[in-house]
Structure formats: C-alpha cells, structure tokens
Design a protein around this ligand. Structure first.
Ligand code: 1GP
Length: 230
C-alpha cells in the first residue's frame, strides 16, 4: 500500500468537501484552516454530485498540498486527477449496487488511472434520524445500540480483504457514532478505522480518536464553523 494508506493509518483529521455545496460554503476558509490544523487529507464526494469532479478536484489541488481523496456516492463520482479513492463497499447494507455494482461499472477506469485505491468496508450506524446515504443507498443502518452487529460486520469486511473500515453515522447526522461502537470495532479488527458523521466540535473529534478511530471525518461541522479546529 502506498503513501495515502500510510496517512490513513497515521490518522487524524480528514475534511470532507461536498462539491454541490460550493456556492453556499466558504471552501477557501475551510481549506486554509484545515491546512493550519494539519489535517491529513481532503475527501471529496456527496450523495449527489451534479457536476463533473475534475475541475473541482484540480481547483482544490491548486489550493492545498494535502492529498485529495474521492469519497464517492456512486460510480459517477470518479476522476483520475484525484490522489486516491476510498473504494467503498456498503457492507452494512444488502443492496448489491452498493456492495459491488457501482464498482464493476467504474473498475476499468480506476485501474487505468493509477490513483491509489483504498478498499474500504463502509458501515452505516444509525445516527438518530434518516440521512441522505440511507435513502440514496436504500439500506438500513445498524442500530447504534448493537455494537456486536457492527463488530461482526467489520470482522467480515476484514476477512474479505478490505483494507479499512469506515463507521458512518451519515453526513449531518443528529448523533455521531457512539464511543462504545468505535471501541468495540477497534478491538475486533486490525485494519485502520475511519469514523465520521455528526461530528461538530473539537471535543467530539478528540473523543472519536480516543475511542480508537484512526481517521475522523468532518464535513458539516467545518462548513458551519471553518475555525472549529482553531
Ligand atoms: C459523511 O462522515 C462524513 O459521510 C462527514 O459527516 O458532514 O456530518 O461531518 P458530517
């Protein structure tokens, strides 16, 4: 695995930018503050992306030296100008499109591009209210009160050869992934753990790291307050 994977293992902050929010959000402030806060990477993606990603990613790469990694909501969200891609399989769900379908569609293009691929088991945890990812994927999240199901799912992902596990409460989730779920999954797997969804304060970020996350993803929190990390 290459340098991007090493950065995920090392962990810290990953900042999620949703290209569809470009006109509503001060991305320049988020990028400048993220750089200052020593974020480890930018993730780019969303449930809907209504324009080609190439120019968005190129523009972002002109503003930061940090890696730009795709966090795709569908096979349409690929561009070879990114540094890497979280190749997500939605293993908490039973929708074949999001387990393998989109992957088949885009696989030849991804392979040819040479971008670093991080095969990632994507696990939705109930964040207390319906989220876009649940609706778009037509899958049910794992109840937040059932860490044993999250653990079994994460172990299955690791046994299938996935190189990272992402515990996702959903963008803008009411509740973040509970510490007890993060702790239980951390103990059960040896691949790096990514956690995101509903993290709106530095304290929540630190709590997720303390519970065992390698990389903690923040999107909405920084859109509202680009200075969340100082
Ligand atoms: C969503 O985990 C990310 O996929 C980030 O969520 O926007 O709630 O920070 P937020």
């Amino acid at each position: 695995m290459g340098t991007l994977y090493d950065k995920i293992v090392k962990g810290g902050l990953a900042i999620l930018l949703d290209p569809d929010k470009e006109s509503q959000v001060d991305f320049d402030a988020i990028v400048a503050n993220g750089q200052k806060a020593e974020a480890s990477m930018f993730l780019v993606g969303g449930s809907l992306v209504s324009k080609p990603l190439d120019s968005f990613v190129n523009n972002l790469k002109g503003k930061t030296s940090l890696p730009v990694v795709l966090f795709p909501g569908s096979a349409m969200q690929f561009t070879p100008v990114a540094d890497g891609i979280l190749f997500l399989s939605l293993i908490s769900g039973r929708n074949p499109d999001f387990l393998i379908g989109h992957h088949v569609t885009v696989a030849p293009m991804v392979k040819q591009s040479g971008v670093e691929v991080i095969p990632t088991g994507y696990i939705l945890i109930d964040g207390g209210a319906p989220t876009s990812v649940q609706y778009m994927s037509q899958t049910m999240p794992i109840p937040a009160s059932k860490p044993d199901i999250a653990v079994a799912t994460a172990i299955a992902g690791e046994l299938l050869g996935l190189k990272a596990i992402y515990l996702e409460a959903g963008s803008g989730a009411k509740n973040e992934v509970p510490a007890k779920v993060i702790e239980a999954v951390r103990k059960a797997i040896s691949v790096p753990l990514i956690v995101g969804g509903g993290i709106r304060s530095k304290q929540q970020f630190t709590d997720a790291l303390s519970a065992g996350a390698n990389l903690v993803v923040v999107g909405n929190g920084l859109e509202t307050n680009p200075r969340m990390f100082g």
